[in-house]
Design a protein around this ligand. Structure first.
Ligand SMILES: Nc1ncnc2c1ncn2[C@@H]1O[C@H](COP(=O)(O)OP(=O)(O)OP(=O)(O)O)[C@@H](O)[C@H]1O
Ligand SMILES: O=C(O)c1ccc[n+]([C@@H]2O[C@H](COP(=O)([O-])O)[C@@H](O)[C@H]2O)c1
Length: 197
């Protein structure tokens, strides 16, 4: 599952858990983005903070892992590079790439989108407020995508950041350890946060 995870929240974790169970996957690898090119118009927290929050959030689940492939690669982050690297590292694995409905709807804007479907099966999870339209679905290779309905959690990282900035709680929207990490490193608040790199 790729994501900016700024911060990781329970919407991500429920999606990963549901898809793991649905396909009986051996493991779900969370891959925090390095430099997400479609978010270049906004400030994204340093990759090490996003990576560490993802490690904290996933630590208790034996089927969850976190990969550094995207944050350790120079330049902008493209899923085609992520999948090529993971496929080379795990040549016998059947790869599934987990996204939410919003990301899935935009997949035809991704770099080398035709080759993406050769490298992995794509799983689009339902997400409140984001519908997959028929026209987009018709343009995707039906045998390489599955839409999965998951329990609806109207949580977004944008909302979590906004809540922290305005002093509202993010308890129970993100894992407890992530609440504490955000407070310890003063992320998303008006005061300067630390740069861990
Ligand atoms: N609540 C949710 N339910 C289902 N899928 C989700 C949910 N939140 C995020 N996702 C999916 O998880 C992946 C990574 O999402 P991302 O890290 O960009 O989080 P986000 O909440 O969408 O962030 P932001 O609000 O900053 O854009 C994307 O494929 C996205 O569609
Ligand atoms: O490859 C691309 O061109 C591309 C464009 C936009 C998003 N993605 C991937 O989609 C995943 C979710 O991205 P985001 O920006 O919604 O956090 C993450 O793994 C990104 O690298 C990939």
């Amino acid at each position: 599952m790729g994501g900016t995870f700024d911060p990781i929240h329970h919407g991500h974790l429920v999606a990963a858990s549901e898809v793991q169970s649905w396909f009986d996957l051996d493991e779900v690898v969370f891959v925090p983005t390095g430099r997400p090119w479609q978010k270049a118009d906004r400030e994204v927290s340093p990759a090490e903070h996003r990576y560490l929050m993802t490690v904290i959030a996933t630590a208790a689940n034996p089927r969850f892992e976190v990969s550094r492939v995207d944050i350790d690669r120079d330049g902008l982050t493209y899923t085609i590079d992520t999948l090529r690297e993971l496929a080379a590292a795990m040549p016998d694995a059947d790869l599934y790439f987990i996204t939410g409905a919003d990301a899935m709807a935009a997949i035809l804007t991704w770099r080398d989108h035709d080759e993406l479907f050769e490298l992995a099966h794509f799983v689009g999870c339902t997400r409140p407020g984001h519908e997959m339209d028929e026209q987009t679905l018709a343009g995707l290779p039906a045998e390489r995508i599955t839409l999965v309905e998951i329990p609806a959690l109207a949580i977004s990282s944008t909302d979590c950041r906004g809540r922290v900035a305005s002093g509202e709680p993010v308890w129970y929207l993100v894992p407890d350890g992530v609440v504490q990490y955000i407070a310890k490193h003063r992320l998303y608040s008006a005061s300067d946060s630390e740069d861990p790199s």
